[in-house]
Write a protein that binds this ligand. Structure first.
Ligand code: SIN
Length: 520
């Protein structure tokens, strides 16, 4: 067993921002299931939204965020984050983050969908995530210990209902326990639940399953953002083509070269993402192809090195075939403005969290911003805590079950991805959602969740956690009988007034058996 002051699960931008902002006297362990620089954040092409232009103001950024989120955002969170954005950029600049600049050395400001002003700050053209990570990694002090290839499979909760640590699968199937008074889930989103996604292979949503199993409140899971333009070649999605490419003039066209978005929305190619994604989806559904014509973009290769490389690898030039795919989860583990969850000692930041910033749909480039603002804010909160927690390791779950463990009754990951894309994707119906719930139920998820995870392989555990998150998304999508933002139901195609004040939260009353037994 290893003790520290703070455990951070995940190594993306939210995790690293928190780690470097925590006071140096705190001993911090960052646990990642992969390698530190392999997080989903490192793929982020889009930038950070901040109202720093001469004609811009955080109040315009605030209004754009609410409009994209279809007005169910937490207004206090939106105000806080949009007003902190300029300061966040200034701080990163002081720490020499490589932001793109104009010839006069001013920070370059790009335009993305549904933003009323040019306010997107990029690094390395379309490699913003990697540029920020590089900057944060350079700032990591000796108080931060990174453990790679260590997969958290269980949160430890004591008799008072406080989270005090995690259990992990380590290398060579070893089991480890880590304890700390503050445990932070910064595990990212869940794009890998879908067949087409812009997300890295690591975005499997396990932080949400861990929190749910431990009894934390989970919220807004039905709101998934589908990005309109993933490069689509030979029936597969191969990566993101940033919206910034459309911001620089690229247009969506059909096979005959006709502009797709004309007549659909006044903002045309830069309309809110769900509108562009649905327009493409309907054409693909009719068996047609849609392309992104990048010829209008000047200096395409220089401005978008990562996207150009992706196109080159697929031998696609000028007109790039595209399809929408899962990009971002607006919901997640419910938190307050500090990042606290409904369980004492447990926090969530980044995409795993539901802070209320995004509402029903995220405004482009607000997610890196959210990760940076909340990472810093939580560091200040934890830094101000004086509580000393005494660990009583006998409180750790010790259950061994005689469960007969076999993989046979679990689905393959690619079946999960196919089913979710088909039934809980861009266009949902009551029938498709019920069908998906039946499919999930057929694997007896509840039984799996109550066994001792220590007896599972990491792969089995991962499938169970993926199924759990699929369940939460599907349940939320079935219960919300309207369409709003990223959640579109063809049987309830309009926004409904009566849903404006209603939110779907998931709370598991019956906690995992191991917790109950540890109380006995
Ligand atoms: C993009 O570059 O299109 C993605 C940026 C984002 O989702 O914020």
């Amino acid at each position: 067993m290893r003790e520290s002051n703070v455990i951070i699960v995940g190594s993306g931008i939210a995790a690293l921002q928190l780690a470097v902002q925590l006071p140096r006297h705190l001993n911090v362990i960052v646990i990642t299931k992969s390698r530190m620089k392999e997080s989903n954040s490192s793929l982020a092409q889009g930038g950070i939204a901040a109202a720093i232009g001469s004609k811009d103001n955080p109040c315009f950024h605030y209004a754009d965020t609410l409009e994209a989120g279809r007005n169910i955002n937490n207004k206090m969170t939106v105000r806080h984050v949009t007003s902190k954005a300029p300061k966040i950029i200034q701080e990163l600049t002081e720490f020499r983050c490589r932001f793109d600049r104009e010839n006069n050395n001013k920070i370059q400001l790009g335009k993305e969908g549904a933003h009323s002003h040019s306010r997107i700050i990029h690094g390395g053209g379309d490699q913003t995530g990697a540029a920020i990570i590089e900057c944060l990694v350079k700032r990591m002090g000796p108080n931060i210990h990174v453990l790679e290839e260590e997969c958290v499979y269980e949160l430890l909760i004591n008799r008072e209902g406080r989270c005090f640590g995690v259990n992990t699968f380590g290398k060579n199937s070893e089991l480890h326990t880590f304890v700390a008074p503050h445990v932070v889930l910064a595990t990212g989103g869940c794009g890998q639940l879908y067949r087409f996604t812009s997300n890295s292979r690591l975005a499997t949503g396990e932080g949400i399953a861990l929190a749910y199993w431990a009894g934390a409140k989970i919220k807004d899971m039905e709101f998934i953002q589908f990005h309109p333009t993933l490069l689509f070649n030979e029936g597969q999605a191969h990566g993101l083509i940033s919206e910034a490419v459309r911001g620089e003039g690229a247009r969506l066209v059909d096979e005959g070269g006709k502009y797709l978005m004309d007549g659909i929305h006044p903002l045309r190619d830069l309309a809110p993402r769900h509108i562009v994604a649905q327009a493409i989806y309907h054409k693909l559904h009719e068996g047609k192809s849609i392309y992104l014509d990048v010829r209008p973009v000047s200096n395409f290769e220089k401005r978008f090195p990562a996207v150009s490389e992706l196109c080159r690898k697929n031998q696609l030039y000028e007109r790039i075939p595209v399809a929408p795919g899962c990009h971002f989860l607006m919901g997640g583990i419910e938190t307050d403005l500090e990042g606290k969850t409904s369980i004492a000692g447990l926090y969530a930041i980044g995409e795993a969290a539901c802070t209320g910033l995004h509402g029903a749909n995220r405004l482009a480039s607000n997610s890196l911003l959210e990760a940076l603002v909340f990472g810093k804010r939580l560091a200040q909160y934890i830094g101000n805590q004086k509580t000393v927690i005494k660990f009583n390791t006998s409180q750790a779950p010790k259950v061994k079950t005689a469960w007969e463990i076999s993989s046979l009754s679990l689905p393959k990951i690619k079946d999960i991805q196919f089913q979710m894309m088909q039934n809980v994707g861009i266009v949902r119906t009551g029938a498709s959602l019920r069908q998906q719930l039946e499919w999930i139920d057929s694997f007896e998820l509840k039984k799996w969740v109550n066994i001792d995870f220590a007896n599972l392989t990491e792969k089995q555990w991962q499938i169970i956690s993926m199924l759990q998150v699929c369940y939460l998304i599907t349940r939320g999508a079935l219960d919300r009988t309207e369409s709003r933002g990223g959640h579109y139901r063809s049987d309830f195609p309009l926004e409904s007034e009566k849903w404006l004040d209603k939110r779907i939260t998931h709370l598991r009353i019956e906690r995992r058996k191991s917790y109950e037994q540890s109380k006995a």
